[in-house]
Design a protein around this ligand. Structure first.
Ligand code: RFL
Ligand code: PHB
Length: 389
């Protein structure tokens, strides 16, 4: 088989790239290790920056999102007895939207299938060959048979545990990582959200987040121990702990119900450099991970796709490789700022096992400064709604 761009990974990064390229007449094949149902069953991000929304529009897949998404003009931050709102609209003129990653992925799959796009599921042993030459190719197995795709470029959109990043030799690759000594336990429940905005709450029992997917679907998280498993937490124990970590006025009106999904994610900051090796480009979680506190995971994936898509367009339409040559540099410049914001917001609101009384006073002072200072709120809001591409 031959295609212009071989895309490893059928998550949001890979599908979005494939759909954008298709609209410009550039051919791609997506290889996905799992089944479509498995990919759609993963409950992950819920907050989209306007840059992501614009890309979905450019990809021609925004109709349902435009009809069903919820615009958020601000958020609530709470820390101990301190409670305040950050007004994104007032501070930046912009906003974010609530539309789940599951829905984004579903819309992208529907569009690719409607356009006859080639997506191969349940691929095994995907291997990228000769990425540092002018003629790369990818081999993979399905049902015990080996297949080969010859291509111009390979987009590594295969997430943190994929093969693409590992293809870049260790002599070239440099990795930066920070692990946090806790995870997030998340549940999804068919209950109305406790508040019309998200509530980010630091408490002496640890962090909690009240989020949502729609007016009758809530997503809540609590900071948990890395050794915890979802089975350790009954729904009742989760609700009790959540109520202890959020301001009383919200705890009193929280509507609880059975969880329809419960999972734990460890928190990690990670960046690999460079994001390009020859004709292989890394995008999204394959290249970088942020702790979810800043809602930046999926949004940084989208900015990578923006840079790569425009670079490939420039290459195919004008024969100019400037965009793809500068892909890694452009993507990383934006990513490191999202890494900084996600790290800082995590530090601001979580309890760390080794925090002493001094550290807690500093945390409170940081929160107080943010509450009192419009410029500080403006910096927070600019980062939250998304820095320009
Ligand atoms: P994905 O979504 O991981 O998709 C990668 C796809 O590649 C496939 N794959 C392979 N396919 C073929 N061959 C191989 N060898 C392959 N290896 C892997 C995988 O099956 C998968 O389908 O990466 P992508 O597209 O870059 O998208 C990134 C986002 O998914 C990610 O940044 C966010 O979901 C991060 N994230 C969250 N972000 C937020 O902003 N808010 C959240 O609440 C939030 N929760 C989460 C998250 C990430 C999680 N992970 C990765 C463990 C919760 C979790 C549990
Ligand atoms: C979510 O709704 O899943 C969500 C929202 C905001 C975050 C992280 C996760 O910062």
């Amino acid at each position: 088989m031959r295609t212009q761009v071989a895309i490893i990974g059928g998550g949001p990064s890979g599908l979005l790239l494939s759909q954008l390229l298709h609209r410009k007449g550039i051919d791609s094949i997506v290889l996905e290790r799992k089944t479509k149902d498995y990919v759609l069953g993963r409950i992950r991000a819920g907050i989209l920056e306007t840059g992501f929304v614009d890309l979905m529009r450019e990809a021609g897949v925004a109709n349902r999102m435009d009809a069903e998404c919820i615009i958020h003009d601000g958020t609530v931050i709470s820390y101990g007895d301190t409670l305040f709102g950050v007004d994104f609209k007032d501070l930046t003129g912009s906003h974010v939207v609530v539309y789940g990653q599951t829905e984004v992925t579903r819309d992208l799959y529907e569009a690719r299938e409607a356009a006859g796009g080639k997506i191969v599921f349940e691929t095994e042993a995907v291997t990228i060959h000769d990425a540092d030459s002018d003629a790369p190719h990818v081999t993979y197995m399905v049902d015990g048979t080996e297949h080969r795709i010859d291509c111009d470029f390979v987009a590594g959109c295969d997430g943190f545990h994929g093969v693409s990043r590992q293809t870049i030799p260790l002599t070239v690759r440099r990795e930066y990582e920070k692990l946090y000594p806790f995870g997030w336990l998340g549940i999804l429940s068919q209950t109305p959200p406790v508040h019309h905005e998200l509530i980010y709450s630091g408490s002496d029992r640890g962090f909690a987040l009240c989020s949502m997917r729609n007016e009758n679907l809530s997503r809540y998280y609590i900071q948990c121990s890395l050794s915890d498993t979802p089975e350790d937490w009954t729904d009742a124990a989760f609700w009790t702990e959540l109520k202890r970590r959020i301001p009383e006025e919200y705890a009193d009106r929280l509507v609880t119900g059975p969880s329809i999904e419960k999972s734990i994610a460890p928190l990690r900051s990670f960046v690999t450099e460079p994001m390009r090796w020859g004709r292989l480009f890394l995008c999204g979680d394959a290249a970088h991970i942020v702790p979810p506190t800043g809602a930046k995971g999926l949004n940084t994936a989208a900015s990578d796709i923006h840079y790569l898509y425009n670079g490939l367009l420039q290459y195919y339409a004008e024969g100019d490789s400037e965009g793809i040559d500068r892909y890694s540099e452009k993507a990383l410049t934006r990513i490191w700022k999202a890494e900084r914001f996600s790290w800082a917001t995590t530090n601001l609101l979580h309890r760390f096992p080794d925090q002493n009384a001094f550290d807690l006073k500093i945390q409170q002072a940081d929160v107080d400064f943010l509450r009192e200072n419009r410029e500080a709120q403006s910096v927070f809001a600019q980062n939250y709604v998304g820095l320009p591409y």
